[in-house]
Design a protein around this ligand. Sequence first.
Ligand SMILES: [Zn+2]
Ligand SMILES: [Zn+2]
Length: 425
Amino acid sequence: MLAWNSPNTLIKAVKGTRDLLPPSTEVWNHVEAAARRIFRAYHYQEIRTPILEETQLFARGVGEETDIVTKEMYTFTDRDKEATSLTLRPENTASVIRAYIEHRLDQRPGVQKLYYIGPMFRRERAQKGRYRQFYQIGAEAIGSESPAVDAEVIEMVVEILKGVGLSGFQLLINSVGDANCRPQYVERLRQELKSVAPQMCGDCQRRADTNPLRVLDCKVEADQPIIEKLPHITDCLCDACRTHFDAVKRYLDDRGISYEVRPRLVRGLDYYMRTTFEVVHGSLGAQNSVLGGGRYDGLAESLGSKVHSPGIGFSIGEDRLVMSVEGDQPPSALDLFIAPLGDAALRHAAVMARDYRRAGLSVEIAEGKLKRSMELANKLGARFTLIVGDNEIAAGRYALKNMASGEQKEVTRDEIAAVLAATLS
Ligand SMILES: [Zn+2]
Ligand SMILES: [Zn+2]
């Protein structure tokens, strides 16, 4: 307890978390605005679920055997009589499906298309570009089994990535079968693993028996040649799953979306079935997955839904997405910097600033000497500066300077907003 009160201890952000500061937050907002614009175009609407959920939601919805549930969740006991076990959400699909069931969204017309943007929490090993509070942009389309929905979701993902300015990414897809054909594949995998598992890592040895599909997820380098030789799920699909997968590929071909079928793409979560997909990006090194998604037709039932509610969704790792577009120069956050000369001019400038702010411009008013003001305008990266002195006020004409070109223009008070708008668009 003493340490809590020590005034000399410098308090820092919790390990694995970070503060997002300007100008980086400009990039975050740009990414989120682009995503929201595209979600709207595809008729997705926002859902905001609580960050706290009962632990059993994730145990059931994500899978008891997953790394997320066994190693990475922030779980604690609440101070209520029942000592409820609560968890900071490690992902959002289970929460969205819980909300879907709880509020009977299946009663609403059409496929439910929901998106979310927000923080998730996983206690992962600390490494570059991995945060324990990280952000996801994701969406779920619930209420259809149609492969056309899969293709539309994948198309939307591609549009979002392009919309935020990401290029050079690669789309990987796969089908992981369903309750009809996957068990046979898993059994085949289990048989194959019997002879090779003893040479694999500890996790693989355990999973070879408990959950053989997870072996395909293993990232241990030495295990890769062994995994390469294991049978492919795409060779074991039943007719219904094969037809579904062929349709998804055909719809992607129609749209000119290029993809690669990656039979090892099984994803780490229990509830995925049929279509799975992932987007990787070269600039991020080994940890290069920008997003993952897939179909989860049995999830709602496993969370207690009486209604069959097939769905498909994805989540984009926003931290990584921002990292991969952050190299681009963010737009200046300041449109106009006004330098008033003296007290009367300051009062006049303040009213002008209010009017331009109402017109949607970002405006700052200087204090102090003109030379210092101009230096500050430069440092702040203002796009325009405006000098307001007694002479300017009397004449009704002001010197507006474009900071990028150095060009100076005499304008009236009413012309300023229009000149700026024309340059900024
Ligand atoms: Zn392994
Ligand atoms: Zn099947």
